[in-house]
Design a protein around this ligand. Structure first.
Ligand code: ATP
Ligand code: MN
Ligand code: MN
Length: 299
């Protein structure tokens, strides 16, 4: 063993039962990554990504002709979607269009087949949509913010979560910023979780107004980091750990250890090629025990 991926020696690679049409279609022209390359990537990281994308509503960025073509932000099933992409009824409104989700590798492969280049899950599981099972603090660097400042911000968020008894994990977004994510036992409702994360963002901005802002106003963001807490509400999503991004270079949202954070140079460093290679060199996936650390948010 010793690999953070599926134990390649004991388990054969995840079986791909879903047939891909146009496997050679290029999704990321600059990186030369095809539909088949995307499916291979997801089959390889399936054991790692499964806990973050199975059993919760998903929003998808679907780019049938690749990152240079049209992008569709999809929260509901579309005509021609694979049969392993399932409806999830909206418990708040039986007449509303259902959400969508996947339950297994076949579902994930059907997302690749459909040109889904980003997977954005809810912060709550389908089993209990009213009570979030994770907090995501989305750190968005404004122009002029360097990597060390972003790392400092992530640590500050971590400390504030720890002060509440929560365990914080960190990942690149695959874009510009970092996501600090804490698993929750689904006890508190969205109102309480949103209020907690807003208070954290507001207090960081109040304590260090030169470093942080907690509101979206663009003008105030130059040289500052937006502590974006708005992922933490009903129907909001954030990109999944291990999801690819529909951006240049085929970057992925990469789970990191806190120790290595300063050594990474940018949030889009890891790609569909370099992330599996990196996992193979680690003794453990940095987010392997994520769910194990779930803690209730106490008032
Ligand atoms: P970055 O590090 O570049 O900020 P990010 O994934 O954190 O990458 P944000 O712009 O900070 O990107 O967050 C956008 C979030 O808003 C996404 O996580 C996504 O789930 C959500 N979202 C809501 N509507 C859309 C949409 N139409 N297109 C893309 N994302 C959307
Ligand atoms: Mn962000
Ligand atoms: Mn954001």
């Amino acid at each position: 063993t010793g690999s953070a991926k599926a134990d390649a020696k004991e388990d054969p690679p995840a079986r791909r039962r879903i047939r891909l049409t146009h496997p050679d279609r290029i999704y990321w022209p600059d990186a030369g990554v095809t539909k088949e390359g995307l499916a291979d990537y997801y089959a390889e990281v399936w054991p790692n990504i499964a806990p973050f994308v199975v059993g919760r509503p998903l929003a998808l960025v679907r780019c049938p002709t690749g990152i240079d073509g049209q992008h569709f932000f999809q929260k509901h099933l579309w005509r021609g979607a694979g049969k392993n992409i399932a409806n999830i009824p909206d418990p708040s409104d039986p007449k509303a269009e259902p959400f969508l989700g996947i339950n297994d590798l076949d579902g994930l492969m059907e997302l690749a087949q459909a040109g889904v280049l980003e997977i954005h899950p809810w912060g709550a599981a389908t089993a209990d949509l009213y009570h979030p099972d994770q907090i995501t603090m989305d750190l968005d660097p404004g122009e002029g913010v360097g990597w060390p400042a972003l790392v400092t911000a992530a640590h500050e968020v971590r400390e504030r979560l720890q002060a509440k008894g929560l365990t914080a994990f960190v990942k690149t977004s695959g874009g510009k910023g970092l996501h600090v994510v804490a698993p929750l036992k689904p006890k508190a409702d969205w109102k309480a979780v949103k209020a907690f994360t807003k208070a954290m963002a507001d207090s960081m901005a109040a304590d260090s107004p030169d470093l942080y802002v907690s509101t979206i106003a663009k003008a105030k963001r130059r040289n500052r980091i937006l502590i974006d807490y708005l992922r933490n509400q009903w129907n909001a999503t954030a990109v999944a750990a291990f999801s690819t991004r529909a951006r240049a270079g085929a970057p992925v949202s990469a789970p990191l250890t806190w120790d290595e954070l300063p050594d990474i140079s940018a949030a889009n460093t890891f790609t569909t090629t370099t992330l599996p290679a990196r996992l193979a060199t680690l003794t453990a996936d940095p987010w392997q025990d994520f769910r194990h650390h779930a803690t209730p948010l106490r008032p």
